[in-house]
Write a protein that binds this ligand. Sequence first.
Ligand code: 5GP
Ligand code: ZN
Length: 137
Amino acid sequence: MHDCLFCKIASGAIPSHKVYEDDKVFAFLDIAPVNVGHTLVIPKQHFDSCDETTDEAMAAAMAAVRKVARAAMAATGAEGYNVGINCGAVAGQVVMHTHVHMMPRFPDDGLLHWGKRAVSESEMQKTAADMAELLKN
Ligand code: 5GP
Ligand code: ZN
């Protein structure tokens, strides 16, 4: 086993508030939630980041996110949710085992959305063209 906090949680070696498990995925409450019901959904297989995660493992995690989200809304009265993945340290990933945050939302809960910044039309055009070229094939 990797010396990894979330591998240890998925195996039961470290306790958690488990909410869901299947053969590919484990889901448990975040220890420092942004709202009640904030759940982390992880592939049982260790991947350092979402970028290194197989499509199959990510698809299983995302399917579980929606199941877990429906349960969280029913259990807590949340009316919606945000889904987030911090992919890489620069994006705020602290635990280096792929995980998807499912964060229930309530009216007027005070959580803030992303800030926005201006990007010039020429930079948008160049970025779109560069990305589209890289994505061919
Ligand atoms: P990241 O910033 O890596 O996307 O998020 C890691 C998340 O893991 C944080 O929201 C943090 O509260 C949560 N976390 C860190 N350690 C533990 C733990 O030992 N147990 C649980 N349940 N959550 C944890
Ligand atoms: Zn791990």
